[in-house]
Design a protein around this ligand. Structure first.
Ligand SMILES: C[S@@+](CC[C@H](N)C(=O)[O-])C[C@H]1O[C@@H](n2cnc3c(N)ncnc32)[C@H](O)[C@@H]1O
Length: 339
């Protein structure tokens, strides 16, 4: 007789193994070009191996396991192709549901981070975002790119489109490699953009990109933490894209006060972030899937995802009024507030 719950627990862990191996399989498929090749042309394992100069028996197992995991599908002639939708979520870097870049970093940067967890749990130290290096900062901007496209192309225009069209001053706090600024600058040629970030790698990437893409006249990037921004009454809109939960907790009030000072009267603050549950039992709900993923993978960076109450208190104590909350895809939090 099985002890109550044992079967369910066993199945849950088995499913986790399959999930972990699915990510390993996708990672291999991205790194070796297997997924890209099958997107353009279904193939037998031997033909796929020959096209990519890979070892045929390994490619055969990759194809068969990929089918078992629902990443691939096979026809009666033994030709493999991507399962429905996989081309979009794994290879279409512009699509809002693209997670290919996330899988890549999850299996590399975040796996390296995870190796430090046992020690960090014992000693409480952090390995901050900016300590990861330039390749990491560039990777983060690939992960945020599809969501940024959606927000720059749809969410922000709905709220601030007329101002952006007419020409306003926009501040991106925690701009990273500057990709959100560039997207907005391309869409709104009459507006001017400033990005600040505590990460020198992100700012260098942004400055280099601005020199190449010719947007240097309407964009500028400054290496400074949000808490030390020197601006006063200089901006109409400030944005924080996946930044709030990344700010060291001790500087959060100072960053929000500096953001408030930086805005003109009536100016708006727009935040996209995750929100933690008031009661940890709520974390099983789909609305918190992203928050859980982010909080656990970014624990080592010192990141803390705030609850709704903590977010509200932080903004109101800095002076912001007229807070409005929404969500994106049922899992990202959107907050707008006014000075
Ligand atoms: C997840 S990244 C998002 C970057 C960018 N907004 C994007 O969407 O790609 C979070 C950013 O917050 C920045 N950050 C952390 N602490 C900061 C601070 N005190 N002031 C300004 N930026 C900070 C990090 O350096 C990092 O670039």
């Amino acid at each position: 007789m099985t002890q109550s719950g044992t079967k369910e627990a066993f199945e849950r862990v088995q499913a986790a193994f399959r999930g972990h191996q699915t990510l390993q399989l996708i990672y291999l498929g991205l790194e070796l070009g297997l997924l890209e090749s099958l997107r353009s042309q279904p193939a037998t394992p031997d033909a796929l191996a020959a096209a990519l100069s890979l070892h045929p028996p390994y490619v055969r197992v990759w194809c068969e396991v990929g089918t078992a995991f629902g990443v691939l599908a096979v026809d009666d002639a033994g030709r493999y192709r991507l399962a429905a939708g996989m081309d979009t979520v794994l290879l279409d870097a512009d699509h809002p549901r693209f997670v290919g870049a996330f899988v890549r970093g999850f299996m590399t940067f975040l796996a390296d981070d995870f190796a430090r967890y046992p020690d960090a749990f014992k000693h409480g130290h952090i390995h901050a975002f900016h300590q990861h290096g330039e390749a990491f900062s560039a990777w983060v901007s690939n992960v945020t790119h599809p969501m940024q496209r959606l927000v720059a192309g749809k969410i922000l225009p709905d709220q601030f489109g007329s101002g952006l069209q007419a020409g306003i001053d926009v501040l991106d706090i925690g701009c990273g490699a500057g990709q959100f600024v560039f997207k907005l600058a391309a869409l709104y040629p009459n507006s001017r953009f400033t990005g600040v970030d505590a990460d020198p790698h992100g700012i260098e990437l942004a400055q280099r990109a601005a020199a190449i893409n010719g947007m240097g006249d309407r964009t500028r990037f400054i290496h400074t933490g949000g808490e030390t921004m020197p601006f006063e009454n200089a901006f109409d809109l400030a944005v924080m894209f996946e930044v709030l939960h990344e700010l060291p907790v001790e500087v959060r009030p100072a960053v929000m006060r500096a953001a408030y000072r930086a805005l003109r009267l009536g100016g708006a603050l727009f935040i996209l972030d995750e929100t933690w549950a008031d009661d940890p039992r709520q974390l099983v709900e789909p609305a918190y899937h992203m928050s859980v993923l982010v909080q656990f993978s970014e624990l080592l960076w010192g990141n803390v995802v705030y609850t709704q109450d903590q977010q509200t208190r932080l903004l109101t104590e800095a002076g912001f009024v007229d807070l409005q909350r929404g969500d994106l895809g049922g899992t990202f939090t959107l907050i707008t507030a006014r000075k």
